[in-house]
Design a protein around this ligand. Structure first.
Ligand code: KG4
Ligand code: ZN
Length: 355
């Protein structure tokens, strides 16, 4: 088999596998940021394994992800993690029907490690290669909980993205609103840093918020009438101002109260905008996706509101909220069914658009 006729051969393999009617096993790979992950999933919705190696400890001392350090860790871990995922799933590469990999958005050096590994395995095994958008992966993490019903709205809240994504069908993403500055996870991490909390700060703010009172007045960025976009940099600056002004007056601010006030402002805007959009464009389901979906305050406020409005809400389990390869294989399965394959020129694209 040569590189030139590789995708044709892979397609032939796909047709044969479909005709045989056996289970479809997809090996997923995710290396877009600071988690090296590989997973084996079956028939789109069964997780056979989901191995994750987090680099958080290496980045903590820098207060954020250092791209070169991330790439180096991915290179060191990728083979081990793939072997671990196959072993946990009690499979070998011969049992795989396709390989799905995140090819954007993310850190270019980090993406390239996963893409190169996936291309090498696809070429060596003669199986189809599928390029997956990282945010599509986060959205499809919900399909391990509940089958999707369209149209649906996904509220995507991660370290790099804050988006309202409307879906009419599988793989059809329409971005209706997005952040104009900081992503919500980024705002969490920056506020946490100003309170001297370790990276990543989101979970720490979440925990503190549950211990405090939302007693400090902070702004809500509603933006102009009818806009579904978000903005969190003003809120972040307001938090820094509160700390700075208190410092100048020699007063102390209770970190738990500041965390609770910040979190209340974030959640109010996210939840209100989601339901305003649902009023305008009715949907069958509301999905929560991305690392900030692990936030307890957001999960419970959305759950209450969805219950009151009679909307079905789907939220991934905590283990599938932050970056993992099961969600990538899950989104890849939809493309597998459509026969939507990449060829060996697949490259990492840091700013890959969703729609
Ligand atoms: O989706 P993700 O793992 O990576 C990206 O694709 O960006 O999201 C990571 C982000 C970080 O900003 C982290 O602080 C935030 O998710 N996060 C949280 C919580 N757990 C993780 N933010 C708020 N509350 C949490 N419990
Ligand atoms: Zn992510």
């Amino acid at each position: 088999m040569t590189i030139n006729n590789w995708s044709q051969k892979a397609r032939k393999r796909w047709e044969e596998d479909r005709a045989s009617g056996g289970p479809v096993r997809i090996l997923g790979i995710e290396t877009s940021c600071d988690e090296t992950s590989a997973a084996v999933i079956e028939d789109g919705r069964i997780i056979r394994s989901n191995a994750i190696s987090s680099q958080i400890e290496s980045h903590k001392r820098f207060g954020g992800v250092v791209p070169e350090v991330a790439s180096r860790h991915h290179v060191e871990n990728i083979t081990i993690i793939i072997e671990e995922a196959l072993k946990k799933a009690e499979c070998t590469l011969d049992d795989m029907n396709a390989i799905a990999v995140t090819y954007g958005p993310g850190l270019v050096g980090a993406l390239l490690v996963g893409v190169a590994a996936a291309k090498a395995i696809a070429f060596a095994s003669g199986i189809p290669l599928i390029g997956v958008h990282h945010i599509a992966g986060h959205i499809y993490a919900n399909r391990f909980v509940k089958e999707m019903e369209f149209p649906l709205l996904a509220l995507v809240v991660s370290g790099g993205h804050t988006e309202l994504v409307y879906m009419k069908g599988h793989g059809e993403f329409e971005v209706i609103g997005q952040t104009r500055d900081d992503a919500v996870g980024e705002a969490y991490d920056k506020v946490a840093r100003s309170l001297h909390l370790p990276y990543p700060g989101g979970p720490h703010i979440d925990r503190l918020a549950q211990e405090g009172q939302a007693s400090i007045r902070l702004p809500r960025a509603w933006l102009e009438e009818g806009s579904y976009d978000f903005s969190f940099s003003g809120l972040k600056s307001a938090v820094l101002n509160v700390l700075h002004n208190a410092g100048q007056r020699g007063e102390t601010i209770e970190p738990a109260n500041l965390a609770a006030s910040f979190q209340e402002s974030v959640i109010e805007v996210l939840v209100e905008k989601s339901f305003r959009l649902i009023k305008e464009r009715p949907v069958k389901q509301l999905l929560l996706a991305g690392g900030v979906a692990a936030n307890q305050g957001l999960r419970s406020t959305l759950t209450d509101r969805a219950h009151r409005e009679g909307i079905e809400l789907v939220i991934p389990p905590l283990s599938l909220c932050t970056d993992n390869a099961a969600m990538i294989a899950g989104a890849g399965y939809i493309q597998y069914q459509k026969g939507n394959f990449a060829d060996l020129s697949l490259n990492g694209i840091p700013g890959l658009p969703l729609s």
